[in-house]
Design a protein around this ligand. Structure first.
Ligand SMILES: Nc1ncnc2c1ncn2[C@@H]1O[C@H](COP(=O)(O)OP(=O)(O)OP(=O)(O)O)[C@@H](O)[C@H]1O
Ligand SMILES: [Mg+2]
Length: 156
């Protein structure tokens, strides 16, 4: 599915829809160029998820933990050189937990991503607008697509 968002406000709306679909064990992968909006989308998702803390990019810490309606793990694997490093950080325990996990730059660890996941690739169209390409596998992914279609219909 492809979605065009025209500005930050649209990204916020998409973030809210995504947030409502997140369940125990959901893994959401965000990819796209530097500064395209992966962390911004994560911030909107997190706020709607009941996290009061301001989310900052975990570029140096790789993984940050928050508590919303479920545990919420935010990873930025930009600086990860090998998939083994992820296991050293406890990657497995996060993705197979009762929480939800958002992974920026997920393609860097493509070989160890779970099969059931949501992938969002963000591309910059201009200053404000972005193209989001959403694919994935599993029941949470299916549910998200249904919700996004409803949203598209109300927009048209
Ligand atoms: N429609 C939009 N959606 C998301 N971000 C937008 C949009 N329009 C403008 N922006 C701006 O683009 C920037 C995105 O920065 P952000 O840190 O979220 O990117 P990132 O993909 O996480 O970068 P990095 O690769 O460094 O982690 C922010 O300054 C944000 O305000
Ligand atoms: Mg970021």
């Amino acid at each position: 599915m492809k979605l065009t968002v025209n500005n930050l406000k649209d990204t916020e709306q998409i973030g809210q829809i995504i947030s409502h679909c997140l369940e125990k064990g959901t893994v959401l992968c965000l990819d796209g160029d530097l500064g395209v909006g992966k962390t911004s989308l994560t911030q909107f998702i997190a706020r709607e998820f009941g996290i009061d803390e301001y989310i900052t990019s975990p570029t140096f810490t790789i993984i940050k933990e928050y508590q919303g309606r479920l545990p919420f793990y935010h990873m930025d694997v930009y600086r990860i050189d090998s998939e083994d490093d992820m296991y050293d950080l406890g990657y497995d325990e996060y993705i197979y937990s009762e929480g939800v996990t958002i992974i920026e730059w997920s393609h860097k660890i493509e070989g160890i991503l779970p099969e059931d996941r949501i992938n969002i690739e963000i591309q910059r169209l201009n200053d404000q607008s972005r193209l989001m390409t959403i694919d994935g596998k599993g029941s949470t992914y299916e549910k998200l697509i249904e919700e996004l279609k409803k949203h598209e219909n109300t927009c048209n």
